[in-house]
Design a binder for this molecule. Sequence first.
Ligand code: F3S
Length: 401
Amino acid sequence: MYLTAEEERILRGEEGEAKAKALEVIVKVGEALGAERLQPIVHAHVSGVSYNNIGEPGRKFIEDLANMGARFSVPTTVNPIGFDLEAPGAFDLISADREVLEGQRAIVSALHRMGASLTLTCTPYYIPSVRGLRPGQSVAWGESNAVVYANSVLGLRTNREGGPVALMAAIAGRTYYYGMHVPERRRPRAAYRLEAPEGYRLDYARAAVLGRVLVRLHRLEGPPLLDARVDRETFKELGAAVGAEGDIAMVFVPGLTPEEPPGRLEEVVSIDYRDVEAELESMRLDDVDLVYVGCPHASAEEVEALARELSRLKPRGNRPQLLITTSRDEERRISPEAMEVLREYGAVVLRDTCLIVSKLRREGLRVATYSYKAMFYLSRHGLRVGLEPMEDLARRLGSEA
Ligand code: F3S
């Protein structure tokens, strides 16, 4: 692999042992993939930081790096952790015993010492400084939903990095020039056209199901091109479904993706909206114990949309619990009126965490959500999970006055 004089100097340890080791890892991964050179990055997002997932070995790895003097070379944000940092006991279905509390706090503190911004969210794309990054800039992000959003909506360039590689790239300030960093690899060869009647609306749930259908159909190399009316907000659920179901890192959506559309396509495939509807219908559950919103972390607009639905209804006496997971920044943007409605419904709003990276107290819980990603992972944890649109979730919680 070609290395610049500066990269050679870093590898010799002239900027410290930790940075040399981090760059060594990036070079090795790059060489294994056949990358010819490294790519400087302007931002990193580190996933895989919940103590419930990485345990003591992960804690030791991150603490050792911090103790070795590792510091992030670029602005770095961090994925959700095992509980709400300021209110670990705020939701009775999530447990955090002493070991988890202590281990998680140690991880957060080590990341902070290395210079991370403690965003603790899987939606770094809502952070104003990240929104300020320019299309075409390279970043190293873990967290598949964020990667798909970054490539597809922000025009940033990132591969789907594993947590440790994103961490090393953040320290080294570079990643390997490969995959999504290479302009030719970002060009779609196949298009998928949603055939639907005028006025057909892709809400969060339908966008998520469409993402799943897309992954099943897409075979050619390069990102799929999606010809469907999807906006930034609903794309979030589509991208999260794509990230959970397959290994796609980008969906090219004309009008949304800030890049030149491809000239010639090798394949054009039609998707009938009735297939999306049928799949959605098959994913419903009858009774549920919990309505879950916020995978990926909910935006303020999303929470306000839910509150609007709920404000048209009256809370049912015997209703499921309502859990919302979001980031601290987005929570601060939610209007007081929306928060008031949520309080009437006894909603629990958690920051910093989610139902998947925390530890659930109850087996056999039945959950309704419009997030296919939540459904995908919670089902693997043995929960019964149904998918349905936001309006239907609201009707589980409230009834007509
Ligand atoms: Fe985020 Fe947790 Fe879903 S990290 S994307 S809310 S699984």
